[in-house]
Write a protein that binds this ligand. Structure first.
Ligand code: NI
Length: 409
């Protein structure tokens, strides 16, 4: 495939230039003037795709369920009782709908924590997106009801199948015992797979456990840390490790009243920070454009020099690709073709010579014309070429009705 006549932003620090791209076997194989016919993308910009490094995709089925409650009410009173009633089909269509939303907003891959993992993985496979799939693990009362076993069995069957990667998803140190976390760490080490956990999201978590103990338990595994809101200045250095990847979820953190993570400080200390949306029950959109801008503005609240354009772009793209451990996030020969095409024919992209600034500060998800994952379009000009869009929406709505029946709310 040859993409012609577009402007190209190769990475967050490079300048926008005119170039054609050749895509072969899912990778970028040529950048420059190509004298062959191809897809005409004149008036558009090609840039590295975005990644959503923390979500619970199937929670689209609970979007808007609890908009004005504190975190503990949201989780224990609203979300968990409904999750008890979910089945695999609901999770499949909830995940499908989430991927439609994400693909249309330029997201090439997501890190998930949920259950009914086979249904999640089948949806991902059917859609053609990248996903890091982990099972939410808890052991309240000392019994995990076979969840870790189930996670392990899933990981062995699905890790590396197509674009799917597997990991382990201990929910949080307040819902998992220390012994259980150690067991998970041991299994993850043996399997060579990452661990995905919520850490220091709410302020009350500081009284429940010490983050140092948790980092110590997982010191030998790749650790994807969601939220990290409650870390103090002098503690942030502890997150600056090669094996730790912080997923910053500013919308969810604000909406649930958990506060603002010290992201500028983290970047200064060399912490790997990427962006996540969290689930649609706490955000409520799966929109990395929105998170990118919000992340920037929140850091600028007290110091406008604290977050630069290139840092925002890097968190959304290249740093997300690093979480997946893939050779993507930049447009270079030999790298995976995870790309987005942005329609520049909008008033908010003028003047045209400051496109990078516009992407962060005036751009929006609806500017995405197309999204490519490993050389294949998963969204193109308003359509989803890999799925039957109307069937997915219809089935999603049917499953939602079933879920709500007998709920009494
Ligand atoms: Ni979460």
């Amino acid at each position: 495939m040859i993409l012609k006549n577009a402007l190209v932003l190769q990475n967050s620090t490079s300048e926008v230039k005119k170039a054609d791209l050749r895509i072969e076997d899912g990778k970028i194989s040529e950048i420059g003037k190509i004298e062959e016919d191809g897809v005409n993308l004149s008036g558009k910009l090609i840039m590295p795709a975005f990644y959503n490094t923390h979500t619970h995709a199937a929670m689209t089925i609970m979007r808007g369920i609890s908009d004005d409650n504190p975190f503990d009410v949201w989780l224990f009173k609203k979300v968990l009782p409904i999750e008890d009633k979910l089945n695999g089909k609901m999770v499949y269509y909830g995940t499908m709908l989430a991927m439609m939303e994400m693909a249309s907003k330029g997201i090439a891959g997501f890190v998930d924590m949920y259950f009914f993992l086979d249904d999640v993985a089948r949806a991902v496979e059917d859609f053609g997106m990248r996903a890091f799939v982990t099972r939410g693990l808890v052991d309240e009362g000392g019994d995990d009801n076979g969840r870790l076993e189930e996670n392990l069995d899933f990981a062995r069957r699905w890790n590396g199948k197509g674009l799917i990667k597997a990991g382990f998803g201990p929910h949080a140190p307040y819902s998992c015992s220390k012994e259980y976390l150690k067991k998970i760490s041991d299994v993850a080490k043996v399997e060579g797979l990452p661990v995905h956990i919520h850490l220091y999201e709410a302020s009350w978590e500081r009284e429940k456990y010490d983050y140092r103990e948790v980092l110590k338990i997982f010191e030998d595994v790749k650790l994807i840390v969601a939220h990290a809101v409650q870390f103090e200045d002098d503690e942030i250095r502890d997150l600056a490790k090669e094996n730790i990847f912080v997923s910053h979820n500013p919308s969810s953190n604000l909406k649930l009243g958990n506060g603002v993570a010290k992201i500028a400080k983290m970047l200064k200390e060399g912490v790997n920070v990427s962006l996540g949306t969290d689930g649609a029950a706490s955000n409520n959109s799966l929109d990395i454009w929105h998170e990118m801008r919000l992340a920037t503005l929140l850091q600028k609240m007290k110091d406008p020099e604290s977050m630069k354009i290139h840092q925002a772009l890097e968190m959304a793209s290249e740093s997300g690709a690093k979480v997946f451990g893939i050779n993507a996030g930049r447009i270079e020969i030999g790298m995976d073709a995870d790309l987005i095409v942005i329609d520049l024919d909008k008033p908010h992209y003028k003047p045209i010579d400051r496109i990078k600034s516009h992407i962060v500060h005036s751009g929006m998800a609806s500017d995405v014309f197309a999204t490519m994952v490993a050389g294949r379009w998963i969204y193109y000009d308003g359509e989803f070429p890999t799925i039957d869009e109307s069937k997915v929406v219809e089935e999603f709505e049917r499953e939602y009705e079933v879920l709500m029946q007998g709920d009494g709310s």
